[in-house]
Design a protein around this ligand. Structure first.
Ligand code: ADP
Length: 191
């Protein structure tokens, strides 16, 4: 099972990705989490990534692609994976296509979580207070929304034209949204 979760910052991708990946026995691979882990460990990658993250900008494709390639080469991802926060640019789409083709598999489905903009701002403001993420300030949140609209939203159409997109309403209780996602995945044939 090879899945992608897409949706704007605050759509709840991370929360849902972990639950859904567990159900399928595959790892949820979150580029944001990997970057944050590197930042807190003070690795070279973390130092580099932090500059971009704190500004609400995307980390350069060359860095991100290499990181994902290494991650999906790991043993636990051989049977499949759920990507959360990757791909986010057209270049990343092409890279991922290459990585999956190389393993002789295909991408099964792209789940797009939809949430209206007012709700997104409300959630991110709340998260800023509870988690204290350094990129959840109002200005940076706004920039992240812009970057998403400019660079990532167009990817939905790319995957839609391949017939891979399933949109899921991301508003409601966490469990409700999980159920909707599992329904959307019910008839997906594993590759
Ligand atoms: P969000 O809640 O905004 O979707 P994430 O936790 O997924 O945030 O990512 C946080 C930050 O990490 C992004 O704003 C970006 O700087 C960086 N990042 C995560 N994934 C990618 C990616 N695929 N390409 C480039 N940068 C990324």
């Amino acid at each position: 099972m090879r899945l992608i979760f897409m949706g704007p910052p605050g759509a709840g991708k991370g929360t849902q990705a972990k639950v859904v990946a567990d159900r399928f026995g595959i790892p949820a691979i979150s580029t944001g989490d990997i970057f944050r882990a590197n930042v807190s460990e003070g690795t070279e990658l973390g130092v580099e990534a932090k500059r971009y993250m704190d500004a609400g900008e995307y980390v350069p494709d060359s860095i991100t692609n290499r990181m994902v390639r290494n991650r999906i080469d790991e043993e636990d991802a051989v049977k499949g994976f759920l990507l959360d926060g990757y791909p986010r640019t057209l270049d990343q789409v092409e890279e991922l296509d290459g990585m999956i083709r190389f393993t002789g598999h295909r991408l099964d489905t792209v789940i797009v979580l939809t949430v209206d903009p007012d709700e997104l701002v409300r959630r991110l403001t709340e998260r800023a207070e509870s988690e204290g993420r350094s990129d959840d300030t109002e200005e940076v949140v706004r920039r992240r929304q812009e970057v998403y609209a400019e660079q990532t939203e167009p990817l939905i159409e790319v995957y839609r034209s391949r017939g891979l997109v399933r949109e899921v309403n991301g508003i409601g209780e966490v469990d409700e949204v999980t159920e909707r996602i599992l329904d959307a995945l019910a008839d997906v044939q594993e590759s």
